[in-house]
Design a protein around this ligand. Structure first.
Ligand code: CA
Length: 478
Protein backbone atom coordinates (compact mmCIF):
# COMPACT_ATOMS: atom_id res chain seq x y z
CA UNK A 1 0.00 0.00 0.00
CA UNK A 2 1.47 3.37 -0.86
CA UNK A 3 1.72 6.03 1.79
CA UNK A 4 -1.04 8.21 0.40
CA UNK A 5 -3.53 5.34 0.46
CA UNK A 6 -2.42 4.42 3.99
CA UNK A 7 -3.07 7.98 5.16
CA UNK A 8 -6.46 7.97 3.46
CA UNK A 9 -7.39 4.68 5.12
CA UNK A 10 -6.33 5.86 8.57
CA UNK A 11 -8.19 9.13 7.98
CA UNK A 12 -11.34 7.20 7.08
CA UNK A 13 -11.02 5.12 10.20
CA UNK A 14 -10.63 8.06 12.50
CA UNK A 15 -12.89 10.77 11.11
CA UNK A 16 -15.98 11.27 13.27
CA UNK A 17 -15.55 7.87 14.87
CA UNK A 18 -16.62 6.21 11.62
CA UNK A 19 -15.28 2.94 10.32
CA UNK A 20 -14.63 1.45 6.92
CA UNK A 21 -17.54 -0.44 5.40
CA UNK A 22 -15.71 -3.75 5.77
CA UNK A 23 -15.34 -3.24 9.50
CA UNK A 24 -18.92 -2.48 10.38
CA UNK A 25 -19.51 -3.27 14.05
CA UNK A 26 -22.42 -5.31 15.37
CA UNK A 27 -24.93 -3.48 17.54
CA UNK A 28 -26.82 -4.87 20.53
CA UNK A 29 -29.35 -2.88 22.55
CA UNK A 30 -30.44 -4.60 25.75
CA UNK A 31 -33.53 -2.86 27.04
CA UNK A 32 -35.22 -3.72 30.32
CA UNK A 33 -38.74 -2.69 31.23
CA UNK A 34 -39.58 -0.57 34.29
CA UNK A 35 -36.27 -1.24 36.05
CA UNK A 36 -35.45 1.29 38.77
CA UNK A 37 -32.46 3.62 38.50
CA UNK A 38 -30.82 2.16 41.60
CA UNK A 39 -31.55 -1.49 40.74
CA UNK A 40 -28.24 -2.32 39.06
CA UNK A 41 -24.94 -2.94 40.79
CA UNK A 42 -23.30 -0.17 38.75
CA UNK A 43 -25.67 2.39 40.30
CA UNK A 44 -25.01 1.09 43.79
CA UNK A 45 -27.71 -1.53 44.38
CA UNK A 46 -27.05 -3.27 47.68
CA UNK A 47 -29.55 -6.10 47.42
CA UNK A 48 -29.97 -6.80 43.69
CA UNK A 49 -26.87 -8.43 42.20
CA UNK A 50 -26.19 -7.75 38.53
CA UNK A 51 -22.59 -8.85 37.86
CA UNK A 52 -23.15 -9.31 34.12
CA UNK A 53 -25.03 -6.08 33.51
CA UNK A 54 -22.31 -4.38 35.56
CA UNK A 55 -19.70 -5.68 33.11
CA UNK A 56 -21.23 -3.42 30.43
CA UNK A 57 -20.64 -0.39 32.68
CA UNK A 58 -17.32 -1.47 34.18
CA UNK A 59 -15.74 -2.66 30.94
CA UNK A 60 -17.29 0.28 29.12
CA UNK A 61 -18.73 3.70 29.88
CA UNK A 62 -21.40 4.34 32.47
CA UNK A 63 -23.71 7.30 31.84
CA UNK A 64 -24.48 9.13 35.07
CA UNK A 65 -27.06 11.30 33.32
CA UNK A 66 -28.70 8.91 30.85
CA UNK A 67 -32.27 9.69 29.82
CA UNK A 68 -35.13 8.22 27.86
CA UNK A 69 -37.47 10.49 25.89
CA UNK A 70 -40.68 9.59 27.73
CA UNK A 71 -41.66 8.24 31.15
CA UNK A 72 -43.65 5.17 30.01
CA UNK A 73 -42.95 2.21 27.72
CA UNK A 74 -44.48 2.84 24.29
CA UNK A 75 -43.46 6.44 23.54
CA UNK A 76 -40.02 5.87 25.11
CA UNK A 77 -39.40 2.95 22.72
CA UNK A 78 -40.70 4.97 19.75
CA UNK A 79 -38.07 7.63 20.54
CA UNK A 80 -35.31 5.05 21.00
CA UNK A 81 -36.11 3.22 17.76
CA UNK A 82 -36.41 6.35 15.56
CA UNK A 83 -33.84 8.66 17.16
CA UNK A 84 -36.49 11.38 17.05
CA UNK A 85 -38.69 12.93 19.71
CA UNK A 86 -41.76 10.73 19.34
CA UNK A 87 -44.06 13.73 19.88
CA UNK A 88 -43.00 14.89 16.40
CA UNK A 89 -45.17 12.10 14.98
CA UNK A 90 -47.84 12.04 17.68
CA UNK A 91 -46.65 8.92 19.54
CA UNK A 92 -47.71 10.45 22.86
CA UNK A 93 -49.47 7.48 24.40
CA UNK A 94 -49.05 3.77 24.96
CA UNK A 95 -50.64 2.07 21.96
CA UNK A 96 -53.65 -0.17 22.56
CA UNK A 97 -53.58 -3.66 21.07
CA UNK A 98 -55.88 -3.44 18.07
CA UNK A 99 -54.86 -5.34 14.94
CA UNK A 100 -57.50 -3.41 12.95
CA UNK A 101 -56.07 0.04 13.73
CA UNK A 102 -53.06 1.04 11.64
CA UNK A 103 -52.81 4.36 13.49
CA UNK A 104 -52.17 2.63 16.83
CA UNK A 105 -48.40 2.27 16.58
CA UNK A 106 -45.33 3.73 14.92
CA UNK A 107 -46.27 5.50 11.65
CA UNK A 108 -44.83 3.99 8.46
CA UNK A 109 -43.39 7.38 7.45
CA UNK A 110 -40.84 7.12 10.29
CA UNK A 111 -37.76 4.92 10.01
CA UNK A 112 -36.59 2.64 12.80
CA UNK A 113 -32.97 1.62 13.52
CA UNK A 114 -33.60 -1.66 11.63
CA UNK A 115 -34.84 0.25 8.57
CA UNK A 116 -31.91 2.68 8.70
CA UNK A 117 -29.33 -0.13 8.95
CA UNK A 118 -30.81 -2.42 6.28
CA UNK A 119 -29.46 -0.48 3.25
CA UNK A 120 -25.92 -0.65 4.69
CA UNK A 121 -26.00 -4.42 5.01
CA UNK A 122 -27.26 -5.19 8.52
CA UNK A 123 -29.46 -8.10 9.54
CA UNK A 124 -31.76 -7.09 12.40
CA UNK A 125 -33.61 -9.01 15.06
CA UNK A 126 -35.99 -7.96 17.80
CA UNK A 127 -36.31 -10.43 20.62
CA UNK A 128 -38.96 -9.73 23.24
CA UNK A 129 -41.41 -6.87 23.58
CA UNK A 130 -42.51 -4.91 20.52
CA UNK A 131 -45.33 -2.49 21.53
CA UNK A 132 -45.00 -0.49 18.29
CA UNK A 133 -48.34 -1.58 16.86
CA UNK A 134 -50.28 -4.81 16.31
CA UNK A 135 -51.78 -4.05 12.87
CA UNK A 136 -50.33 -6.54 10.34
CA UNK A 137 -48.52 -3.70 8.53
CA UNK A 138 -46.86 -2.45 11.74
CA UNK A 139 -45.28 -5.69 12.94
CA UNK A 140 -41.48 -6.11 13.22
CA UNK A 141 -40.99 -7.98 9.93
CA UNK A 142 -42.63 -5.06 8.12
CA UNK A 143 -40.31 -2.60 9.88
CA UNK A 144 -36.88 -3.72 8.76
CA UNK A 145 -36.48 -6.54 11.26
CA UNK A 146 -35.43 -9.72 9.46
CA UNK A 147 -36.14 -11.74 12.57
CA UNK A 148 -38.68 -11.43 15.37
CA UNK A 149 -39.01 -13.66 18.42
CA UNK A 150 -41.42 -12.36 21.01
CA UNK A 151 -44.78 -10.68 21.44
CA UNK A 152 -46.52 -7.59 20.11
CA UNK A 153 -48.08 -6.27 23.33
CA UNK A 154 -46.74 -4.00 26.07
CA UNK A 155 -46.18 -6.89 28.48
CA UNK A 156 -46.45 -10.64 28.84
CA UNK A 157 -46.91 -13.44 31.31
CA UNK A 158 -43.72 -15.34 32.13
CA UNK A 159 -44.66 -19.01 32.49
CA UNK A 160 -45.20 -21.05 29.29
CA UNK A 161 -48.36 -22.74 30.61
CA UNK A 162 -50.05 -19.30 30.77
CA UNK A 163 -49.53 -18.63 27.06
CA UNK A 164 -52.77 -20.04 25.71
CA UNK A 165 -54.14 -17.89 22.85
CA UNK A 166 -53.15 -18.52 19.26
CA UNK A 167 -53.38 -14.81 18.42
CA UNK A 168 -54.58 -11.42 19.67
CA UNK A 169 -57.95 -11.83 17.94
CA UNK A 170 -58.68 -15.08 19.82
CA UNK A 171 -57.86 -13.35 23.09
CA UNK A 172 -59.99 -10.31 22.29
CA UNK A 173 -62.95 -12.58 21.49
CA UNK A 174 -63.01 -13.84 25.11
CA UNK A 175 -65.54 -12.45 27.64
CA UNK A 176 -64.58 -8.82 28.50
CA UNK A 177 -62.78 -9.56 31.78
CA UNK A 178 -60.49 -12.13 30.17
CA UNK A 179 -60.18 -10.21 26.91
CA UNK A 180 -58.62 -7.18 28.58
CA UNK A 181 -55.53 -9.06 29.73
CA UNK A 182 -55.55 -11.65 26.94
CA UNK A 183 -52.69 -10.09 24.96
CA UNK A 184 -50.39 -10.97 27.86
CA UNK A 185 -51.26 -14.61 27.20
CA UNK A 186 -50.73 -15.13 23.50
CA UNK A 187 -48.26 -17.78 22.38
CA UNK A 188 -44.96 -16.24 21.29
CA UNK A 189 -44.34 -15.32 17.68
CA UNK A 190 -41.31 -16.26 15.64
CA UNK A 191 -41.72 -13.94 12.67
CA UNK A 192 -45.38 -14.51 11.74
CA UNK A 193 -45.65 -18.03 13.20
CA UNK A 194 -47.04 -18.84 16.65
CA UNK A 195 -44.73 -21.19 18.54
CA UNK A 196 -44.89 -23.41 21.61
CA UNK A 197 -42.37 -22.50 24.30
CA UNK A 198 -41.12 -24.42 27.31
CA UNK A 199 -38.92 -22.06 29.32
CA UNK A 200 -39.50 -19.18 31.73
CA UNK A 201 -40.00 -16.23 29.35
CA UNK A 202 -36.80 -14.32 30.15
CA UNK A 203 -34.73 -17.50 29.59
CA UNK A 204 -36.61 -18.13 26.36
CA UNK A 205 -35.66 -14.67 25.08
CA UNK A 206 -32.00 -15.05 26.15
CA UNK A 207 -31.78 -18.41 24.35
CA UNK A 208 -33.22 -16.85 21.18
CA UNK A 209 -30.68 -13.98 21.44
CA UNK A 210 -27.73 -16.37 21.68
CA UNK A 211 -29.07 -18.37 18.68
CA UNK A 212 -29.43 -15.21 16.59
CA UNK A 213 -25.88 -14.03 17.39
CA UNK A 214 -24.43 -17.45 16.51
CA UNK A 215 -26.34 -17.53 13.25
CA UNK A 216 -25.36 -14.00 12.18
CA UNK A 217 -21.79 -13.92 13.55
CA UNK A 218 -20.14 -13.52 10.13
CA UNK A 219 -22.01 -10.43 8.94
CA UNK A 220 -23.01 -7.17 10.63
CA UNK A 221 -26.11 -7.50 12.81
CA UNK A 222 -28.35 -5.39 15.01
CA UNK A 223 -29.98 -7.18 17.93
CA UNK A 224 -32.70 -5.39 19.89
CA UNK A 225 -33.05 -7.56 22.99
CA UNK A 226 -36.16 -6.09 24.48
CA UNK A 227 -36.81 -7.92 27.76
CA UNK A 228 -40.23 -7.27 29.34
CA UNK A 229 -38.73 -8.05 32.76
CA UNK A 230 -39.03 -6.66 35.38
CA UNK A 231 -42.42 -5.26 34.22
CA UNK A 232 -45.50 -6.71 35.97
CA UNK A 233 -46.89 -9.35 36.39
CA UNK A 234 -44.30 -10.13 39.05
CA UNK A 235 -43.49 -13.75 38.24
CA UNK A 236 -40.22 -15.56 38.80
CA UNK A 237 -39.19 -19.18 38.70
CA UNK A 238 -37.98 -21.01 41.81
CA UNK A 239 -34.36 -21.04 40.61
CA UNK A 240 -34.21 -17.24 40.49
CA UNK A 241 -36.20 -16.78 43.71
CA UNK A 242 -33.82 -19.12 45.51
CA UNK A 243 -30.88 -16.97 44.46
CA UNK A 244 -32.48 -13.97 46.15
CA UNK A 245 -33.13 -15.43 49.59
CA UNK A 246 -31.10 -12.58 51.11
CA UNK A 247 -34.09 -10.34 50.29
CA UNK A 248 -37.17 -10.74 52.54
CA UNK A 249 -39.94 -12.79 50.91
CA UNK A 250 -42.36 -10.56 48.99
CA UNK A 251 -42.62 -8.34 45.93
CA UNK A 252 -39.04 -7.09 46.12
CA UNK A 253 -37.62 -10.64 46.14
CA UNK A 254 -39.69 -11.58 43.07
CA UNK A 255 -38.68 -8.37 41.30
CA UNK A 256 -35.02 -9.06 42.13
CA UNK A 257 -35.37 -12.63 40.85
CA UNK A 258 -36.72 -11.30 37.55
CA UNK A 259 -33.64 -9.10 37.23
CA UNK A 260 -31.39 -12.06 38.08
CA UNK A 261 -32.88 -13.86 35.05
CA UNK A 262 -32.11 -10.84 32.85
CA UNK A 263 -28.59 -10.63 34.28
CA UNK A 264 -27.97 -14.31 33.48
CA UNK A 265 -29.18 -13.60 29.92
CA UNK A 266 -26.80 -10.64 29.60
CA UNK A 267 -24.02 -12.93 30.80
CA UNK A 268 -24.90 -15.51 28.14
CA UNK A 269 -24.92 -12.83 25.42
CA UNK A 270 -21.49 -11.47 26.48
CA UNK A 271 -20.05 -14.98 26.76
CA UNK A 272 -21.31 -15.78 23.25
CA UNK A 273 -19.60 -12.68 21.79
CA UNK A 274 -16.39 -13.73 23.50
CA UNK A 275 -16.66 -17.36 22.40
CA UNK A 276 -17.25 -16.35 18.75
CA UNK A 277 -14.37 -13.87 18.80
CA UNK A 278 -16.61 -10.93 17.90
CA UNK A 279 -16.48 -9.17 21.26
CA UNK A 280 -14.17 -6.40 19.99
CA UNK A 281 -16.43 -5.74 17.06
CA UNK A 282 -19.69 -5.49 18.97
CA UNK A 283 -21.11 -2.40 20.62
CA UNK A 284 -23.49 -3.28 23.48
CA UNK A 285 -25.82 -0.77 25.12
CA UNK A 286 -27.84 -1.43 28.27
CA UNK A 287 -30.70 0.75 29.53
CA UNK A 288 -34.20 0.67 31.04
CA UNK A 289 -37.15 2.09 29.05
CA UNK A 290 -38.35 4.34 31.89
CA UNK A 291 -38.00 4.77 35.64
CA UNK A 292 -39.27 2.19 38.12
CA UNK A 293 -42.96 2.28 39.14
CA UNK A 294 -41.85 1.72 42.73
CA UNK A 295 -45.21 0.90 44.32
CA UNK A 296 -46.20 -1.51 41.53
CA UNK A 297 -43.13 -3.69 41.03
CA UNK A 298 -41.10 -2.86 44.18
CA UNK A 299 -38.39 -1.17 42.11
CA UNK A 300 -36.11 1.49 43.58
CA UNK A 301 -35.14 4.73 41.88
CA UNK A 302 -32.72 5.54 44.70
CA UNK A 303 -32.21 9.23 45.32
CA UNK A 304 -34.24 10.25 42.28
CA UNK A 305 -37.63 11.87 42.94
CA UNK A 306 -40.72 10.25 41.48
CA UNK A 307 -41.31 7.15 39.40
CA UNK A 308 -42.51 5.80 36.04
CA UNK A 309 -44.87 8.33 34.44
CA UNK A 310 -43.25 11.33 36.17
CA UNK A 311 -41.13 14.11 34.69
CA UNK A 312 -39.14 14.35 37.88
CA UNK A 313 -35.91 12.41 37.42
CA UNK A 314 -37.41 9.13 38.70
CA UNK A 315 -39.51 8.79 35.53
CA UNK A 316 -36.92 9.48 32.84
CA UNK A 317 -33.39 9.16 34.27
CA UNK A 318 -32.42 5.51 33.82
CA UNK A 319 -29.54 3.06 34.27
CA UNK A 320 -27.56 3.43 31.01
CA UNK A 321 -24.17 2.04 29.93
CA UNK A 322 -22.24 1.19 26.76
CA UNK A 323 -19.47 -1.33 26.11
CA UNK A 324 -17.24 -1.84 23.08
CA UNK A 325 -13.83 -3.24 24.00
CA UNK A 326 -10.97 -1.16 22.64
CA UNK A 327 -13.27 1.54 21.24
CA UNK A 328 -15.42 2.82 24.12
CA UNK A 329 -13.24 3.79 27.11
CA UNK A 330 -13.43 1.19 29.89
CA UNK A 331 -14.21 2.13 33.48
CA UNK A 332 -15.27 5.63 32.48
CA UNK A 333 -18.12 7.60 34.03
CA UNK A 334 -19.59 10.11 31.60
CA UNK A 335 -21.46 13.02 33.20
CA UNK A 336 -22.95 15.09 30.37
CA UNK A 337 -26.59 14.28 29.62
CA UNK A 338 -27.17 11.64 26.97
CA UNK A 339 -30.41 10.24 25.62
CA UNK A 340 -31.87 7.04 24.22
CA UNK A 341 -32.44 9.23 21.12
CA UNK A 342 -28.67 9.04 20.58
CA UNK A 343 -28.66 5.29 19.95
CA UNK A 344 -29.83 5.43 16.33
CA UNK A 345 -27.52 8.37 15.53
CA UNK A 346 -24.56 6.50 17.03
CA UNK A 347 -25.29 3.37 14.97
CA UNK A 348 -25.88 5.41 11.79
CA UNK A 349 -22.62 7.32 12.35
CA UNK A 350 -20.61 4.13 12.85
CA UNK A 351 -22.11 2.29 9.88
CA UNK A 352 -22.30 5.29 7.50
CA UNK A 353 -26.05 4.74 7.15
CA UNK A 354 -27.81 7.65 5.43
CA UNK A 355 -30.52 9.58 7.31
CA UNK A 356 -33.53 11.05 5.48
CA UNK A 357 -33.14 14.83 5.30
CA UNK A 358 -36.81 15.51 5.87
CA UNK A 359 -36.72 13.51 9.13
CA UNK A 360 -33.70 14.93 10.96
CA UNK A 361 -32.57 13.13 14.08
CA UNK A 362 -32.76 14.58 17.57
CA UNK A 363 -29.94 12.32 18.76
CA UNK A 364 -26.21 12.51 18.06
CA UNK A 365 -23.42 9.97 17.54
CA UNK A 366 -22.06 9.61 21.08
CA UNK A 367 -18.71 8.00 20.18
CA UNK A 368 -16.69 11.22 19.62
CA UNK A 369 -17.99 12.58 22.95
CA UNK A 370 -17.21 9.45 24.92
CA UNK A 371 -13.72 9.10 23.49
CA UNK A 372 -12.96 12.75 24.29
CA UNK A 373 -12.49 13.69 20.64
CA UNK A 374 -15.32 16.18 21.18
CA UNK A 375 -15.23 17.78 24.63
CA UNK A 376 -18.53 19.64 24.29
CA UNK A 377 -21.81 18.32 25.68
CA UNK A 378 -23.71 16.08 23.22
CA UNK A 379 -26.89 18.11 23.87
CA UNK A 380 -27.32 21.76 24.76
CA UNK A 381 -30.81 20.93 25.95
CA UNK A 382 -33.12 17.91 26.21
CA UNK A 383 -36.93 18.10 26.25
CA UNK A 384 -39.91 16.02 27.38
CA UNK A 385 -43.65 16.37 26.89
CA UNK A 386 -46.65 14.50 28.25
CA UNK A 387 -49.54 15.68 26.08
CA UNK A 388 -52.45 14.29 28.14
CA UNK A 389 -51.17 15.49 31.49
CA UNK A 390 -50.05 18.87 30.09
CA UNK A 391 -46.47 18.59 31.31
CA UNK A 392 -43.32 19.82 29.57
CA UNK A 393 -39.81 19.55 30.96
CA UNK A 394 -36.29 20.41 29.86
CA UNK A 395 -32.72 20.05 31.03
CA UNK A 396 -30.00 22.49 29.96
CA UNK A 397 -26.70 21.87 31.75
CA UNK A 398 -27.71 21.40 35.37
CA UNK A 399 -30.92 23.41 35.08
CA UNK A 400 -34.03 21.27 35.01
CA UNK A 401 -37.38 22.94 34.42
CA UNK A 402 -40.85 21.39 34.62
CA UNK A 403 -44.07 23.17 33.73
CA UNK A 404 -47.37 21.66 34.85
CA UNK A 405 -49.66 23.56 32.52
CA UNK A 406 -53.00 22.64 34.09
CA UNK A 407 -52.03 24.00 37.52
CA UNK A 408 -49.53 26.51 36.11
CA UNK A 409 -46.94 25.07 38.50
CA UNK A 410 -43.39 26.05 37.65
CA UNK A 411 -40.39 24.10 38.83
CA UNK A 412 -36.66 24.77 38.53
CA UNK A 413 -33.94 22.54 40.02
CA UNK A 414 -30.16 22.58 39.98
CA UNK A 415 -29.48 18.88 39.40
CA UNK A 416 -25.79 19.20 40.17
CA UNK A 417 -26.54 20.25 43.75
CA UNK A 418 -29.99 18.78 44.09
CA UNK A 419 -30.41 15.58 42.08
CA UNK A 420 -33.39 14.65 44.27
CA UNK A 421 -35.28 17.80 43.15
CA UNK A 422 -36.14 18.89 46.69
CA UNK A 423 -35.69 22.67 46.38
CA UNK A 424 -37.72 24.51 43.76
CA UNK A 425 -35.64 27.54 42.71
CA UNK A 426 -38.38 29.15 40.63
CA UNK A 427 -39.16 31.83 43.23
CA UNK A 428 -35.53 32.92 43.44
CA UNK A 429 -34.59 32.47 39.78
CA UNK A 430 -37.61 33.07 37.56
CA UNK A 431 -35.29 34.38 34.85
CA UNK A 432 -33.66 31.01 34.22
CA UNK A 433 -37.07 29.32 34.29
CA UNK A 434 -38.59 31.79 31.83
CA UNK A 435 -35.71 31.48 29.39
CA UNK A 436 -35.97 27.72 29.43
CA UNK A 437 -39.76 27.87 29.20
CA UNK A 438 -39.52 29.84 25.99
CA UNK A 439 -37.21 27.14 24.58
CA UNK A 440 -39.72 24.50 25.70
CA UNK A 441 -42.57 26.27 23.86
CA UNK A 442 -40.46 26.67 20.71
CA UNK A 443 -39.72 22.94 20.82
CA UNK A 444 -43.36 22.08 21.50
CA UNK A 445 -44.42 24.08 18.44
CA UNK A 446 -42.45 21.57 16.33
CA UNK A 447 -44.46 18.61 17.66
CA UNK A 448 -47.72 17.11 16.42
CA UNK A 449 -50.63 19.12 17.82
CA UNK A 450 -52.61 15.99 18.70
CA UNK A 451 -51.62 12.41 19.59
CA UNK A 452 -51.89 10.13 16.55
CA UNK A 453 -54.00 7.48 18.31
CA UNK A 454 -56.30 7.09 21.31
CA UNK A 455 -54.08 4.81 23.35
CA UNK A 456 -54.30 2.35 26.18
CA UNK A 457 -55.83 4.59 28.86
CA UNK A 458 -58.82 5.45 26.69
CA UNK A 459 -59.18 1.82 25.61
CA UNK A 460 -59.24 0.90 29.30
CA UNK A 461 -62.16 3.27 29.92
CA UNK A 462 -64.06 1.82 26.96
CA UNK A 463 -63.33 -1.65 28.31
CA UNK A 464 -64.69 -0.79 31.77
CA UNK A 465 -67.96 0.29 30.11
CA UNK A 466 -68.11 -2.93 28.09
CA UNK A 467 -67.47 -5.00 31.19
CA UNK A 468 -70.30 -3.26 33.04
CA UNK A 469 -72.70 -3.87 30.15
CA UNK A 470 -71.65 -7.52 29.99
CA UNK A 471 -72.24 -8.01 33.72
CA UNK A 472 -75.67 -6.28 33.56
CA UNK A 473 -76.67 -8.47 30.62
CA UNK A 474 -75.63 -11.59 32.53
CA UNK A 475 -77.73 -10.46 35.52
CA UNK A 476 -80.81 -9.82 33.35
CA UNK A 477 -80.44 -13.19 31.68
CA UNK A 478 -80.44 -15.02 35.02
CA1 CA B 1 -41.59 0.39 30.71
Amino acid sequence: MNTLIKILVIGLLLSNGQLLASEKPNFIVILTDDQGYADVGFNGSKDIRTPNIDRIANEGTKFNNGYVSYAVCGPSRAGLLTGRYQGRFGFDRNPHMDPTDIKSGLPLEEKMISEVLKPVGYTSSIIGKWHMGSHPDLTPNKRGFDHFYGFLAGGHRYFPEDLIYKDIAEGLAQPPKKAWTSWYQTKLLENDKRIETTQYLTDELSTAAVKFIKREQDKPFFLYLSYNAPHTPLQASKEYLDRNKHIPKGKRRTYAAMITAVDDGVGRVLATLDELGIDDNTLVIFLSDNGGPESKNASDNGELRGHKGDYFEGGIHVPFAMRWPGKVPAGQEYNNSVSSLDILATFAGLSNAPIAKDKPLDGVNLIPYITGENTKAPHEILFWRNFDKGIVAARRGNDKTILFKKKQQKHLYDLDKDLSETTNLYQTDAKTFNKQQSEMSDWESELATEPAFKGLIMAKKAHAKKLKEYKNKKKTNK
